[in-house]
Design a protein around this ligand. Structure first.
Ligand code: GGG
Length: 356
């Protein structure tokens, strides 16, 4: 049986709480005939910043580079500006490890209620492909004459042909593998962003020509936001820039019942660097330390990691455990109408994994 060497970064807020439950899932797999795992914890994040002035050490990427994958909790702190925490920990890993493909599925599970009227299980079933290393998140810009009436701020979006084509192609390839609605929707704002996003639209058209069996659609982001709420069942695979896909994946998560169910895979497609798996949700300061965060987004992220390793059977066991936990509704956290703790729900998921 294969053994995988995992870097664990719980990070901030509820991150360490949900990551502990992700580990339980992996241990449950190992103790019931699945692959085994070695865990190395890195105490990086906002407390580390308060002690050292950095979110991660200068040689952090080097320390992580030999691992098979990174399991990441969350980053963010009520007392440190968000741009410091995000740019100090998560974004350097996404960029430094060339994790250009971010995959964010959203599914309305049996047993879970959507806040949208009349939606039943399976009505929402989409996968969002987020360009993950450039676009609006590129640290390109500057600030002149700070604090004066002449203050001038420039923030540039960066779209490379390599990055844009690679995420769009990944979306089409996934659409074909997934074999459901066979539709890819590209989301931009090319009426306003007349360089970068017109370029994105052109690349989308070029790549789409290689996949004539796939229906395509290009939407402006404002229209896409409306349609995610009124007609989410229309979407199959969605591809968008770093910022737009981040926003859209939050909408997709809440209309599918809870932010606490949404996983995310940050993939280095060349497999020369480790990929990173995390819940979509952040540090959630309002509930941190209370032990009530939903751990299933992390458990589903673990399933995505197993799939990335080629451990299809183990991934399917974890996915099935998540689905059963939600459908049986015996042990649920408060976001889903229950009163279980994070640990109780993590134990339940682990039990269901062991049961197979
Ligand atoms: N687990 C995800 C996390 O910590 N998210 C914090 C955050 O602000 N992320 C922004 C992003 O993914 O773009």
């Amino acid at each position: 049986m294969a053994e995988y060497n995992l870097a664990i970064i719980g990070g901030d807020g509820v991150g360490p709480e949900v990551i502990a439950e992700g580990r339980k899932t992996l241990e449950a797999l190992s103790s019931s005939g699945g692959p085994t795992f070695r865990f190395t914890e890195f105490p990086w994040g906002s407390d580390y910043y308060r002690e050292t002035g950095r979110l991660m050490p200068e040689d952090g990427l080097e320390l992580l580079s030999g691992f098979d994958a990174i399991l990441f909790g969350a980053v963010g702190d009520p007392n440190i500006p968000d741009h410091i925490t995000l740019h100090g920990l998560l974004l350097p890993m996404r960029r430094g490890f060339d994790q250009g493909i971010c995959v964010r599925p959203a599914y309305l599970y049996p047993g879970v209620e959507s806040p949208l009227a009349g939606k039943k299980a399976g009505d929402i079933d989409m996968v969002i492909f987020r360009e993950n290393t450039e676009g609006e998140y590129a640290p390109v810009g500057g600030r002149l004459n700070t604090g004066t009436p002449h203050e001038t701020v420039i923030q540039s979006n960066v779209f490379t042909r390599r990055g844009t084509e690679r995420i769009i192609r990944a979306a089409f390839e996934h659409c074909i593998r997934r074999n459901k609605r066979m539709k890819v929707t590209s989301v931009t704002k090319s009426n306003a962003q007349s360089f970068g996003m017109v370029f994105w639209d052109e690349v989308f058209e070029d790549v789409a020509a290689d996949y004539p069996q796939v229906e395509t659609e290009s939407l402006l982001v404002d229209r896409a936001c409306m349609d995610f709420v009124r007609w989410p069942e229309d979407f199959d695979v969605v591809v968008a820039s770093n910022l737009f896909a981040d926003i859209l994946s939050d909408i997709a998560a809440v209309v599918s019942g809870s932010m606490g169910l949404a996983p995310s895979a940050n993939i280095n497609p060349d497999k020369v660097h480790p990929s990173l798996f995390e819940p979509v949700h952040g540090a959630a300061f309002d509930i941190m330390g209370k032990g009530i965060a939903n751990p299933l987004a992390t458990v589903s992220a673990v399933a995505m990691m197993l799939d990335h390793f080629g451990e299809a059977e183990a991934a399917a066991r974890v996915d099935a455990a998540v689905a059963r936990c939600l459908e049986e509704r015996r042990v649920l956290t408060a976001d889903l109408g229950g009163n279980a703790s994070t640990a109780q729900m993590g134990d339940e998921a682990a039990r269901l994994v062991r049961e197979g």
